[in-house]
Design a protein around this ligand. Sequence first.
Ligand SMILES: Nc1ncnc2c1ncn2[C@@H]1O[C@H](COP(=O)(O)OP(=O)(O)OP(=O)(O)O)[C@@H](O)[C@H]1O
Length: 760
Amino acid sequence: MVLSARVEKELEPLDDLVNRNSVPYKNAKWKILFSDDFRRSFGKLTSDRAKKLRSLGLPHENSAQSLKQFSVEGLFIISTIDIIKDVNYVQVFKVWDILPFEEIPKLTKRLENIFSAYTEDYISRCTEKLFQGNLVVPRCWEASQEIIRFRHLVNDEVSLDSGGGRNYVENSKVSESLLLMKFYSFSYEVVCHLLSDNEVDLPIQLTDDQMDVLLFRKSSFITGRSGTGKTSILTTKLFQNEKRFCNGSEGSFEGESTQFRDAEIVNDPVNSNPSVLRQLFVTFTPRLCNAVKQHLAHMKSISSNGNSLAEISLDVGNVTSEFSDIPNTFIDIPRNMYPLVITFHKFLMMLDGTLGNSFFERFLEARESSHGSSEGKLSYEGYSLLADSRSSTLSKEKREIVYTLFETYEKMKSEIGDFDLGDFVNDIHHKLKTGIYEGDQMNFVYIDEVQDLSMRQISLFKYICQNVEEGFIFAGDTAQTIARGIDFRFQDIRSLFYKEFLSTAIFRKQGKSLVSEIKQLKQNFRTHAGVLDLAQSVIDILYCYFVHSIDNLEPETSLISGEAPVLLESCNDENAIMTIFGGRRSGGEIVGFGAEEVILVRDDHVKTEVFGYIGGQALVLTISECKGLEFQDVLLYNFFGTSPLKDQWRVIYEYMRKHVWLDEELPQSFPTFNEARHGVLCSELKQLYVAITRTRQRLWICENKEDLSKPMFDYWKRRGLVQIRKLDDSVAQAMRIASSSQEWQERGKKASFFSFPISA
Ligand SMILES: Nc1ncnc2c1ncn2[C@@H]1O[C@H](COP(=O)(O)OP(=O)(O)OP(=O)(O)O)[C@@H](O)[C@H]1O
């Protein structure tokens, strides 16, 4: 009852709120957040209406009348007052949609449902009114006191739990969810741009936790499971620093915090030329790099009022790690090339080029020089001593065997005159240690997907940025490590930072206080609980068997429930891909996937195989190519059937027995877990986790052979995390979503196949 009253009170059309003479809200101090739905609805307006709105002006303090006039046309803008965390907590207007009158009840009902999950404290703060003269101004609260929005996050409140330990506030499709909806903070110039005809990505309003990370002014370590916004925060931070640098203390982007607005121009501690801000964003995947570049370009275009498209160059057609438009050196990089967004591979090539005497031109000699020194490689004694450390999972005897294998491998390499990534990295370390780095020094370095780099690789960054106090951000998730042979926890990066990055005398004095705690992002924005529960079931096994290879994080929160992913069972012996796409049968047309759907496969080999079946009728990516990206629907094809673990997947039955999930009808004989024999299970599970978490809405898993996937399928079935569907024509038809040529064009333009407007 109370809520309905609140809803009634709060859901007044915005024009009413801003224009009523008795309660004048029109005041520049109010921040206005617009939703994606608003953007979409606006896009659908007849050009006449949209034109009228444009010609009426913009919703800033002096033109609020325009909104009122717009509502005369029979559309209402639905808004509420909400609280966001900036430097302080502050009341804001949140604009949900523009609707005809008859559609208002449906939206208000859904909003009422959401408000019913809010705490009383939160509601009463939203409805508080602060008067300054006869103006209502936004009320603020110190950031030090915690304001909790959802009841289930307060310990002593009744849980909304609907099972499985998760709390759902909403049950809707991900794409229609009000809770996962992106909100954008508007300034006069951004509204100008929005109301122009351009398609733009706008800066998403961040959550309180994300804002804390963004405003933190020290070098930091950010972790969080898939889809919690790590890449978004890195991109936002990079962009904020660009803006901060360009604008100095002048007014700037509305989406920025006051702290950024008030900040002074970045004081470059190292460069003689403070007129350039040198920022470097490094990640593993070329596609993710392109997506980040794309997004920064959009952001730049918006903030320059749409007048100039970003100078950030887009490698649109060529999604490789070569980035041939950027020279292979850090010496005197033209200023318009910053911010540099590159893969780790490109980073190495640039370092190599900077140091002269390239490794590739003399790699035999290079191998000699780094082998000669003990640098970068442990002696047998050093390696075997590690067996005594608490985190070691290998005994002295096993280490002896491993070391002998290592020596044989090294010998073999040298005999055939070959080298590997380790040799290349060691050579660069050697040159940096013995020579002088004469390349540009960076002001800020952002390293995304850091879990795929080795400690030795990460430590290279210390040479190119002296701003250790606030210049480094490491983000990643150790559940998603897919690079081979890399196995650490986030804490190890923090220790490395302390030991190697803070090694100069000045910083040693300040010591540990310079190394911040690891921050965890907890709210998933990508998908619904059906997918997250399946992903968590994979993490559970990792926690059990590979405790030293994954960070034990607090479970992420997901606010919307959703259908369980689907295991597809073939009705006949036909290849599943043939059934789904109709195959190249006599005269038969292949009906493909849509632009927001993807087939994920293990490697290039399977990719070629699928291509052979369906040609270019669907986007097919390997798991390593899809890292960091997201899609509306995902088909994971033949993951178990191509696994090097083969029938050792049966060790999952042992895990099930531990948890008393092993029913009588399931196999009773299975291997006992053995780290040496089942070591590869760790990387297999991490790859599986990455694949599962790429989807926003639907996930299908299909295999050509039943036996290899059976243990995991049995595990998922027993836990009730999947639905089983026979792969017949009707299921196949429902999977294929036709896309318009415009949607494909958009996808192609993005090149990165990055389906989401990541925040920045
Ligand atoms: N505050 C927010 N409001 C709405 N959507 C958000 C918010 N923060 C992030 N998102 C969205 O969540 C999705 C996932 O974000 P992002 O890719 O940054 O996560 P991630 O942690 O880097 O994921 P992964 O580890 O899988 O690479 C994106 O669609 C992004 O736009």
